[in-house]
Design a protein around this ligand. Structure first.
Ligand SMILES: Cc1cc2nc3c(=O)[nH]c(=O)nc-3n(C[C@H](O)[C@H](O)[C@H](O)COP(=O)(O)O)c2cc1C
Length: 253
């Protein structure tokens, strides 16, 4: 196959999806191709001159979060029959988000070749679903590597490999996500506080919040537009945040 120049466009709250996007970049590069990594929460202007695209996001409440979907809708105009890969990362073994985006991409004229769900450690343990052991984390990372290799092989060998979600599951996701957002928007403001004796005012949380929901006014404060991605909590260099008044162990992939 001739040289391919693609882009992997992703949204990652706490690093799992970024980890997988990097696995794609490595796998394609090992096979002599080139992938540019594009973090949709940072890149605002995008020049779409790639011969193929990879789309990947974290799953929040069955869906790809709006920050990612909106970025794709705004920046990716024409499929022009280009091939693409869509993947999600989630704690369970499947979710409808990747299929919902894949349907939109087909409508834009993309040739969707691969759709896959990649199970990664749960980063939402403050709220529920349990924390994964180091052993399980290691296993999931190994499984992700193998899945990415298989996906890239299928793509390069022009084989279709599409996981599907039922119509009911997709409909349910479209109902569940807006309800989740309603709960989520005031989540940080209500549940998260900052230990001011620890905070070093580095503003990392302010700069990295994907919805610009955090500001500094004598101390770190939240607005009403949280998507619960958990980035601020786990990115803080001094672990200054508290959930419901208590310190917690930060998530690391
Ligand atoms: C707000 C929120 C909602 C989540 N909802 C789901 C879900 O519906 N299904 C699931 O399997 N995992 C869910 N998870 C777990 C994450 O999808 C999973 O840990 C993901 O790999 C994290 O990726 P990231 O590090 O790129 O943000 C959720 C996590 C968060 C923070």
């Amino acid at each position: 196959m001739s040289f391919l120049k693609g882009a992997a466009i992703y949204f990652s709250g706490t690093g799992n999806t970024e980890y997988v996007a990097k696995l794609f970049a490595k796998e394609f590069s090992d096979k002599g191709h080139e992938i540019t990594l594009i973090d949709a929460s940072k890149k605002t202007n995008f020049n779409d001159d790639y011969s193929f695209l990879i789309f990947g996001s974290v799953i929040h409440a069955e869906m790809f979060p709006n920050v990612f979907m909106d970025w794709v809708r705004k920046n990716i105009k024409q499929g022009n029959n280009r091939k693409c890969i869509v993947f999600s990362t989630q704690a369970a073994n499947k979710a409808a988000g990747a299929n919902i985006l894949a349907d939109e991409l087909k409508e834009k004229g993309f040739d969707v070749r691969v759709v896959e769900y990649i199970t990664m450690p749960n980063n939402y343990y403050l709220v529920g679903f349990g924390k994964d052991s180091q052993e399980r984390k290691d296993t999931l990372k190994e499984q992700a590597k193998k899945k990415v290799k298989d996906m890239v092989d299928a793509f390069i060998n022009d084989k279709k490999s599409i996981k599907t979600s039922s119509k009911i599951r997709k409909t349910f996701a479209n109902i569940e996500y807006p309800l989740f957002l309603k709960y989520s928007k005031p989540w940080a403001r209500k549940k998260i506080s900052v230990d001011t004796s620890l905070c070093v005012k580095c503003m990392k949380c302010v700069k990295n919040c994907p919805t610009k929901n955090i500001y500094f006014e004598e101390e770190i404060k939240f607005k009403n537009n949280c998507i619960s991605c958990q980035r601020c909590l786990h990115l803080c260099p001094v672990n200054a945040f508290k959930y419901k008044g208590r310190h917690f162990e930060q998530y690391r992939i």
